[in-house]
Design a protein around this ligand. Structure first.
Ligand code: NOJ
Length: 556
């Protein structure tokens, strides 16, 4: 087994920061690295006994490299520098040092499926058919009838091929036309990328989240993808079987090569975005053989789940089944590409109590077996900014569909962090600037300062739950077992080691009590946290779960 056990990410909690909108220190309306430094106590100040701090173990920064920002940094023009919007390399080094002093690891987003079209590699590659970098990207002639080289589509809409007059050829881009895909078949490309990996590891970063890591490899014959039978997804990309532009065997060689580099350094984690909607594979293939690929492959199970216990349990059970022995599952509710979970789940649950859903969702995320990843703001129950006016939109990477309509932007889940009820929700220290994206109107009620002052807030619940998790071997290392075969009203599951047993119960019904008749010892349970029972009391298990009860008990 390549994987070493007892690594920090197996028991730790990761917090995703969207640097553009987390905290702005220089007052220009854009989040920056100094802004993050100013907020580190909030993330982890446990060494100082910080009771108002989350106590997370790592931050994952969405891209901070130099970029023209067509896709908010997911289009890199210089991998060796920091985008001036965020600061300088010295600011990054300061952030790294200060994070490490607080036991916060720093994970970078590594965007190497593609570069920006302004990256010098592409500028050279596009200049002629015979320059030294001419095959660093995927270049193809038009078909004899003048049509694009094949039927591959961009995930952001339309054909994946864009014509380049200088070369009289098309180049391939899985995303926007400003994001040409690197040709990983070229060993020089691999070496150039691996140099980047080493550069940041030598600087001391604690790992990477590999962006779009299931689409690195492409079929060398550029064969047409089969069209799926009978599907009519609005995003045409999803109507193809991605046999030839996704998850090819070569993709796994590449990740193994990156992993080999990572393994030469101590304690570095390799995460990847591995969403593959294939009936034949699931993201567990990205753990590799004997755990020699990703430590944590991100899949999207909770992000596509309705707020329904049967569905959620099925996803957990599936992950329990497919995660190879010795490897670590990982879960998240939100990220920067999808509507926030409260926005999704309030809509589908008919529930008018967002706090209850937020606390129940937090409980699931932080008590299933696996590494949880939080997305900034979820811990205070931030929701999407719906219908940001066109003139304030920032996400134009997605292109118009065949119906001529612009798909919904991803801006709604990327709005500024709501720190307090001052101007710009305390996000920007510049009072007279427009923040990068508009602040959600609800910031006066939903913000960190407010919730730190309220004992039963969503944030206080997160802080307590994170602490409980940290102190419990059952919750960080124990097995997971459901007490219910097919839940339709509630979840009841156990996390357990030889020495510790923890029971988690959640009633999804907001109006009905529920009989708790599961097969489990009824007596002597300590209430670790609950929105109904008295925390810290030793009790017999309640026979009835109250509407929306969320309780965690520890066997004594
Ligand atoms: C996935 C990232 O999460 C998304 O934000 C980005 O637009 C695409 N990859 C392209 O890099």
């Amino acid at each position: 087994m390549t994987a070493k056990s007892n690594q920090w990410w197996e028991t730790g909690v990761i917090y995703q920061i969207y640097p553009l909108t987390f905290a702005d220190a220089n007052g220009d309306g854009h989040g920056d690295l100094q802004g993050i430094i100013k907020r580190l106590d909030y993330l982890n100040n446990k060494q100082e006994n910080g009771k108002n701090s989350l106590g997370i173990d790592a931050i994952w920064l969405s891209p901070i490299n130099d970029s023209p920002m067509i896709d908010n940094g997911y289009d890199v023009s210089n991998y060796y520098d920091i985008c001036p919007v965020f600061g300088t390399l010295a600011d990054f080094e300061a952030l790294l040092t200060q994070c490490h002093q607080r036991n916060i690891r720093v994970i970078l987003d590594l965007v190497v499926n593609h570069t920006s079209d302004r990256h010098p590699w592409f500028v050279e590659s596009r200049s002629s058919k015979d320059n030294p970098k001419s095959d660093w990207y995927h270049w193809q002639d038009a078909n004899p009838d003048g049509s694009v080289p094949n039927n591959w589509l961009s995930y952001f809409g339309g054909t994946a091929w864009t014509y380049c007059p200088e070369r009289e050829q098309y180049y391939y881009h899985a995303f926007n036309q400003n994001q040409p895909d690197l040709n990983w078949n070229n060993p020089q490309v691999r070496q150039a990328v691996y140099d980047i990996v080493r550069f940041w590891l030598d600087k001391g970063v604690d790992g990477f989240r590999l962006d779009a890591s299931s689409v690195y490899s492409k079929d060398k014959y550029y064969r047409y993808n089969p069209v799926k039978f009978g599907t009519t997804d609005k995003n045409n990309y999803n109507n193809q079987d991605h046999l030839y532009d996704k998850n090819l065997p070569e993709n796994h060689h590449i990740i193994r090569e990156i992993r080999e580099i990572i393994d030469r350094y101590d304690g570095r984690v390799l995460i990847g975005e591995t969403f593959i909607d294939s009936p034949m594979f699931d993201s567990a293939v990205f753990y590799g053989v004997d755990g020699d690929e990703l430590h944590l492959p991100f899949n999207f199970e909770f992000t596509f789940s309705p707020w329904y216990p049967g569905y959620i349990q099925r996803e957990i059970q599936k992950k329990e089944r497919i995660t190879p022995k010795g490897c670590c599952p990982t879960y998240f509710l939100d990220n920067h590409d999808i509507p926030r979970h409260l926005s999704r789940w309030i809509e589908c649950s008919l529930c008018t109590n967002p706090k209850a859903i937020a606390q129940a969702a937090a409980t699931i995320l932080l008590t299933v077996r696996g590494t949880p990843v939080l997305y900034y703001g979820q811990e205070i129950g931030m929701v999407d900014y719906v219908d940001i006016p066109l003139e304030q939109r920032r996400d134009f990477a997605v292109v118009k569909g065949e119906d001529g309509e612009l798909p919904p932007a991803r801006d709604g889940c990327r709005t500024p962090m709501q720190w307090d009820d001052s101007v710009h929700a305390g996000f920007s220290f510049g009072k007279d600037v427009e923040p990068y994206l508009p602040v959600n109107d609800n910031y006066e009620e939903v913000n960190v300062a407010q919730q730190l002052a309220e004992d039963d807030s969503i944030l206080k619940f997160y802080i307590r739950l994170l602490e409980i998790r940290k102190n419990s071997k059952a919750l960080t290392q124990g097995s997971w077992r459901s007490l219910i075969h097919y839940p339709y009203e509630h979840l009841a599951y156990v996390r357990e080691t030889a020495a510790e047993k923890v029971l988690i119960v959640i009633n999804f019904s907001y109006e009905k009590p529920f009989e708790l008749d599961e097969d489990i010892e009824p007596d002597n349970w300590l209430v670790l946290i609950s929105n109904i029972q008295n925390t810290g009391q030793e009790i017999a298990l309640p026979k009835t779960l109250q509407p929306f009860e969320i309780s965690i008990f520890k066997k004594v």
